[in-house]
Design a protein around this ligand. Structure first.
Ligand code: ATP
Ligand code: TZE
Length: 265
């Protein structure tokens, strides 16, 4: 993979526009993560304007958290626009393991156009592949093993010819032939809401300058390393502030030194 320092520098030079259609719980965190990485967020979601906005973007991020009819309609319109203009897309399948509506909608989106990166936590990626699987809530099911999720991620990547990112303590990235296991991060990332959504937003940022596998790896390494820099005994509030500080101030070389990636062919 290209050096993380170079990828981070390419984003800061290009200042790509990232169109996000996402849930209101973490929308502010996502916009700030995109800005901190050196890109420009636009969080437009009205069905009547999203086509025009997607067409001007360098990447599109679709997040199924707290889904509504209006956002479902907008996501279909934007995905079609991105396909037409060959704009890279990341689909963050939030809640796919706990809701038939979201699983069916994700399947519909995958029929319209296959996103460059299909992302979710372990449960969400497992549910997209093993469609009979169910789990409660938006957090990952701790009973799922890394091996089970690797197999599902691999199957999904081969089925759709896409990059798949399954997040947890060890993030798994595969295009169906190569794997990257990213062992950055801190349990504090799982103790605040919306860090998975920030990860999806960062995937959008790096997709504007890199192909799927590199973009997903860069996003995991950057968020994980910044999580490590942000660790604090004070609690979740201070951690979130520290995380945004780290995302906006850590240098590419500092992140590259902290990056813990195992690449497997
Ligand atoms: N125990 C852990 N140790 C290290 N890093 C972790 C741990 N748990 C999660 N992370 C990191 O936190 C980030 C978010 O991943 P996670 O799988 O928690 O997302 P999520 O469940 O979709 O989150 P949310 O629904 O709150 O947005 C990833 O970069 C992941 O590597
Ligand atoms: C808690 C929650 N519910 C829907 S989206 C979201 C943010 C993290 O996925």
């Amino acid at each position: 993979m290209r050096k993380l320092n170079e990828i981070c520098g390419a984003v800061r030079e290009k200042r790509p526009l990232i169109h996000c259609i996402t849930n209101p719980i973490s929308i502010n965190q996502c916009a700030n993560a995109i800005l901190a990485a050196g890109a420009r967020p636009i969080m437009a979601e009205h069905p009547a304007e999203v086509k025009e906005i997607t067409e001007t973007a360098d990447a599109l991020m679709l997040n199924l958290g707290s889904i509504t009819d209006a956002r479902m309609q907008s996501m279909e319109i934007s995905l079609r626009a991105a396909k037409e203009k060959e704009i890279p897309v990341v689909l963050d399948a939030v809640g796919a393991a706990c809701s038939a509506l979201r699983r069916e909608f994700a399947a519909r989106l995958l029929e319209i156009a296959v996103p460059t990166v299909i992302k979710g936590n372990y449960s969400e990626i497992y549910a997209l592949y093993r469609t009979a699987y169910r789990s409660a809530g938006v957090d990952a099911d701790s009973a799922l093993t890394e091996d089970e999720v690797r197999e599902a991620a691999d199957g999904l990547a081969r089925k759709y010819h896409a990059t798949v990112l399954a997040s947890a303590k060890t993030d798994i990235i595969t295009d169906g032939t190569r794997y990257a296991l990213i062992r950055n991060g801190t349990p504090q990332l799982a103790a605040v809401t919306g860090t998975g959504c920030m990860l999806g937003s960062l995937c959008g940022v790096y997709l504007a300058v890199c192909p799927g596998p590199e973009a997903a790896t860069a996003a995991c390494a950057v968020l994980g390393a910044c999580g490590q820099l942000a660790e604090t005994p004070k609690g979740s509030g201070t951690f979130m502030v520290n995380l945004l500080d780290a995302l906006s101030t850590a240098s590419g070389t500092q992140l590259e030194e902290l990056m813990n990636v195992e690449e497997i062919k």
